[in-house]
Design a protein around this ligand. Sequence first.
Ligand code: PLP
Length: 287
Amino acid sequence: MSRIVYVNGRYVPYARAAVHVEDRGFQFADGIYEVCEVRGGHLVDEARHMARLTRSLGELQIAQPMRTAALVHVMRQVIRRNHVRNGLVYLQVTRGTAPREFYFPDASVTPTVVCLARSISPARVDTNAASGIAVKSMPDIRWQRCDIKTVMLLPACLAKEAARKDGAREAWFIDNDGLVTEGASSNAWIVDQSGAVITRPLGADNLPGVTRATLLDAIKEEGMQLIERPFALTEAYAAREAFITSATQTVMPVVRIDGRSVGDGKPGAIVQRLRLKFHQFAAISSG
Ligand code: PLP
């Protein structure tokens, strides 16, 4: 079965999917993206993802390429045409193609839209979740608008590669005060010795994760203790539990940070409960 990719109005085979060499996404990382979980063939938390996409476009003054409903239609088509039951759908919008020039091109230049979907075995993610993952701390060398989901991901690539060399699946970015900002591609959480769930408040130094937002709903509904405040790496070392959230991993236990065991080195009770509960609180779109 050949993979199908959406590029600027056409559904094309993967091998022929291409954008122009002077696309501003390629030249300047001048674009934004979304990644949604696909579960049972449906989009998870579609409305929250599309709201964040609209916000990212607005913050960078990139024109909305088409109505949100039309973008969702494209995403659904790409999921269906690639027979993805469980996995992810990736949507990227760049400012478009124009001769390389720092200033924004004139309004006649239309945004580039690309959409891909990929299957991910839920069993594989569940296996990782059963054992938990390791993370490595790295200095946060990113820019000061990490609240925008841009394709400018080189610091995340460098951090994740360094983590991988140390046998860790994720990197946690640390700011100049020794506080954890977030993961390279996830939000970061700990559970303290009293059982309170702690995560950094939203700000310019972290992404408003959709999974984070849905999990906050779950935590509140479940009546669990929640504290939104920055936490230090040293606090994370001493935490009872730790975990990350992202659309593709949902709620993923962290059992080692910089080679030190978190708690007893096994996924904790609270993170396991939240992982099990997560999809009860997520919005699963029909259609
Ligand atoms: N933080 C960063 C830097 C990310 O790249 C991501 C996801 O890719 C997240 C947090 C988690 O966001 P979401 O839950 O919307 O996937």
